[in-house]
Design a protein around this ligand. Structure first.
Ligand code: GLU
Length: 305
């Protein structure tokens, strides 16, 4: 266990993917995660989720870190970079029941349209292939310069987590990918996040609502690895004017863009207002008044500041 489980202290974390500058929605989630951790006396850790080396860059990671510090967030311990943790993912994978999957995205889409299939979930096409079929399919892929993905052989089809705001939440668990295949194989987010939360002793995961449906898969994986399952709090994402999640198309949404015409206290003031604490413009002050029970759960729509 020593390879994946670090020293035992409770912690919260913020885990951005460094593929662009942090925007108002990212900052809001980071601030809420920080408030939850500090309010409950936990450490607060930063993890750079640069698992996808093609889409991440060290420059982007550094800009994100600088932005979080500019805003006034404080972190404990060393920053963990997923790109430096591939050996730990391999060690964890070795302890899990897995099978090779040769399906293309199109194969999966077609199979999941079959009657009784659960939309979006892997229908188990490659789960029970015999050795001869596996040898053939592996060779077919190799001829195209591709390698198979590795999927978890899940022994359940659902798992229940506890979410601070929703209570018990039961979600689907399928044979999800642990190692991506194709021409550029790589570690899957669901494996990395679980191994890293275990390694960093994270017992409180506060993040955007878009990841709620992944939490049961991740919690199930943690239980298979003998890691404690964290307490979750999923919070609403900030939406742009079109009703979709906030993005570049919505204007000057990044911290750097906002700071062209506004001060840090003005940005913090706007963040605090969306949490239900209008009039507060410092993070230290926000922490004094913060009560997770009172946090506004309303949908937040971006308005330029
Ligand atoms: N890296 C993910 C993101 O930026 C967040 C992962 C997590 O918080 O579990 O969306």
């Amino acid at each position: 266990m020593a390879d994946i489980l670090g020293p035992m202290t409770g912690a919260g974390r913020y885990a951005p993917s460094p593929s662009g500058d942090l925007h108002f929605g990212n900052l809001r989630t980071a601030v809420i995660a920080w408030l939850f951790a500090r309010h409950s006396g936990r450490d607060f850790l930063l993890r750079v989720e640069d698992i996808d080396v093609g889409r991440s860059s060290p420059e982007s990671a550094q800009r994100q870190i600088d932005d979080l510090l500019t805003l006034g967030l404080t972190f404990d311990g060393e920053i963990v970079y997923q790109s430096a943790r591939f050996d730990s993912y391999a060690a964890a994978l070795n302890r899990l029941p897995v099978y090779e999957c040769y399906c293309s995205r199109k194969d999966i889409q077609e199979a999941s349209r079959a009657p009784h299939a659960i939309p979006g979930s892997y229908p188990g096409t490659c789960r029970s292939l015999d050795d001869a079929a596996r040898t053939r399919r592996r060779a077919d892929l190799a001829a195209q310069g591709r390698v198979p993905a590795l999927r978890l052989r899940a022994e359940t089809d659902s798992f229940t987590i506890h979410d601070y705001y929703r209570g018990a939440y039961t979600g689907e668990v399928d044979d999800f990918v642990l190692r991506r295949g194709g021409q550029e194989p790589g570690w899957a987010y669901n494996l990395a996040v679980v191994v890293d939360d275990g390694f960093q002793c994270v017992d409180q995961v506060v993040r955007g609502d878009d990841l709620l449906s992944s939490a049961p898969r991740q919690a199930y994986l943690a239980s298979l690895l003998g890691l404690p399952v964290p307490e979750y709090a999923h919070v609403p994402l900030v939406l742009g004017s079109t009703g979709k999640r906030l993005a570049k198309r919505d204007g000057a949404v990044t911290l750097r863009e906002m700071l062209v015409d506004h001060s840090v206290p003005e940005v913090v003031g706007r963040l605090a207002a969306t949490l239900g604490y209008a009039g507060v413009d410092k993070l230290s002050q926000l922490l004094e008044v913060f009560d997770p029970e009172e946090l506004s759960r309303d949908e937040v729509v971006w308005e330029s500041i």
